[in-house]
Write a protein that binds this ligand. Structure first.
Ligand SMILES: C[S@@+](CC[C@H](N)C(=O)[O-])C[C@H]1O[C@@H](n2cnc3c(N)ncnc32)[C@H](O)[C@@H]1O
Length: 242
């Protein structure tokens, strides 16, 4: 039996997550996505795309944010490892540059290329946090902004019951496709990547997702923090992490 290194295990995990998104791609935009419903207005406020800015939408998926950044007049590049998700983004965002790539590897962009990087609901899928964070820092211009959203570390999914049975159709499994992280894991990676926290927005379960959940579930989970969004700045000073 071949020896399984952490690297080969990581490759397997990546392949299964990619295939889950391939299967989800055709209904991704029509399925109700509670994370996106909750975070969308906050992410847009934190990224605040402006005309002429050069923005990377990392793990752009079907191009929801990519297209909104384009409409705001930004020059947008989207990258994702799912060809099927990217094919939908291509139809939606004719003006964006779209690239096939894995966020766990070196990004195919030169140093200091972007004013802003957005990474919505994807870091939870990466087995390691530090390298992608360092890559985002590398491709940002000095003073550039990284916004990323993830499942809130304190989220308790007990009693969270969706009406549409989504989780029976697409298997994204804890510790195989989704990695649960603590706040300290984010703080450590942020600091070691040379980024500095500008804002943290915690988004609770609220009426935006009421229609996604059974009435009993909504009553039980309302008010729990479901998503957290970090807005970070590429710092010019060197930061040490002890
Ligand atoms: C929950 S979706 C979010 C998509 C988009 N950011 C949005 O907000 O609609 C997660 C996306 O991350 C992508 N993804 C997951 N792991 C990735 C990786 N290692 N490299 C590149 N993309 C990845 C998936 O293909 C999928 O499109």
């Amino acid at each position: 039996m071949p020896h399984k290194t952490p690297h080969s295990r990581g490759m397997k995990l990546t392949a299964r997550t990619k295939s889950a998104y391939g299967a989800w791609s055709s209904s991704y935009d029509s399925d109700r996505n509670p994370h996106i419903a909750l975070e969308h207005p906050e992410v847009m406020k934190l990224v605040a795309p402006r005309k002429g800015e050069v923005i990377l939408d990392a793990a752009c998926g079907t191009g929801k944010y990519t297209s909104e950044f384009c409409i705001a007049g930004a020059r947008v590049t989207g990258i994702d490892f799912s060809k099927k998700m990217l094919a939908i983004a291509a139809g939606r965002c004719p003006n964006a540059n779209l690239a096939l790539g894995n966020l766990s590897r070196k990004l195919p962009f030169p140093d200091r290329s972007f004013h802003k990087v957005n990474c919505a609901q994807a870091l939870d899928h990466l087995p390691r946090l530090l390298n992608p964070m360092k890559e985002f820092a590398r491709v940002l211009k000095p003073g550039g902004i990284l916004v990323f959203s993830v499942t809130h570390p304190d989220m308790n999914w007990g009693g969270y019951v969706r009406k549409d049975g989504w989780s029976n159709r697409f298997r994204l499994t804890e510790n195989a496709d989704i990695f649960h992280r603590r706040f300290c894991d984010y703080f450590e990676a942020i600091e070691r990547a040379g980024l500095a926290i500008d804002r943290i927005v915690q988004v609770p379960v609220s009426k935006e997702v009421q229609a996604h959940l059974t009435p009993k579930s909504y009553r039980a989970v309302k008010g729990r923090y479901q998503v957290v969004i970090f807005r970070l700045k590429k710092s010019s000073r060197r930061i040490s992490c002890r």
